[in-house]
Design a protein around this ligand. Structure first.
Ligand SMILES: C[S@@+](CC[C@H](N)C(=O)[O-])C[C@H]1O[C@@H](n2cnc3c(N)ncnc32)[C@H](O)[C@@H]1O
Length: 250
């Protein structure tokens, strides 16, 4: 196999925030874990975990599908380091999770796919990128196969006020994650995230990042999928925004 050349200039939207993102997603995964596990019950492998981040979801997939091979695709070097370490430390994961660097749309994946999981990530794909994913599902999903994703608000390009979405203490340090969004064109918002760190109550560090997010609501999702002959149904509690995609109606 020819080695992939990694371009150091490649944009990593999580370069500055990777150290905070995985720990701040942990409470989100406490809620997602049982619903994703239930939605994956009986699904076939192999599995693609799109934008696996530090691997919270990879771990849920591995537990819910104990025989399946998993391809965890993660372009951010910082988050991929967390992912690789998490996979390496668990023998259940190490034997059957392959960590793939880079963009999903350029990843070399198995010719047939049992399951695709895209948690907290679909807004990173523009409409053309989404169409590529839907085509991949329509062409490669095995019988009984499925894709699971979540839609995160806002569904329209609108402002979201500055909100604290995460707070946790590790040792003497307290970590806060804040975010606000502003409309950026007809289908996008710009998220501005602020990560604040306090030690013994005093401000110690502040990191600000911003990234583009393509908004997507259920109606648009259904319309795009039906163009590819795919079906979609909500799954789990409505506030989690989880959807399950199949090739034939459930
Ligand atoms: C908010 S994080 C979610 C991580 C993980 N899925 C979770 O829920 O814990 C979004 C992830 O998507 C990844 N990502 C962004 N664009 C991507 C792309 N084109 N292909 C694959 N992953 C991508 C980012 O690097 C990041 O790890």
């Amino acid at each position: 196999m020819k080695p992939n050349h990694v371009h150091v200039t490649e944009m990593d939207q999580y370069e500055r925030s990777a150290e905070f993102v995985d720990v701040m997603l942990a409470p989100v995964w406490t809620a997602l874990d049982p619903v994703l596990a239930e939605t994956l019950r009986g699904a076939p492998g192999p599995v693609v975990d799109v934008g696996a981040g530090g691997g919270h979801g990879t771990r849920v997939i591995a537990r819910a599908m104990p025989q399946a091979e998993i391809f965890a695709v993660e372009p951010s070097r910082g988050l991929r380091a967390v992912l690789l370490a998490r996979v390496n430390e668990d023998p259940e994961l190490r034997d059957r999770v392959t960590v793939l660097p880079g963009d999903l749309l350029r990843a070399t994946l198995p010719p047939r796919l049992g399951t695709l999981v895209a948690m907290n990530v679909i807004g990173h794909f523009d409409p053309t990128g989404r169409r590529t994913i839907w085509r991949l599902l329509a062409e490669r999903l095995l019988p009984g196969g499925r894709a699971v994703l979540n839609l995160q608000p806002p569904a329209e390009p609108m402002a979201v006020p500055h909100t604290r979405f995460s707070e946790l203490c590790i040792g003497r340090r307290r970590y806060e994650g804040w975010g606000r969004a502003e409309p950026a064109g007809p289908e996008q918002v710009t998220w501005r995230m602020t990560y604040r760190v306090f030690q013994d109550g005093e401000p110690a560090e502040e990191v600000e990042v911003e990234y583009a997010w393509w908004v997507l609501g259920p109606d648009r999702l259904k319309a795009e999928l039906s163009e590819h002959g795919l079906h979609v149904n909500p799954t789990g509690l409505t506030d989690l925004g989880l959807w399950c995609i199949t090739r034939s109606p459930e």
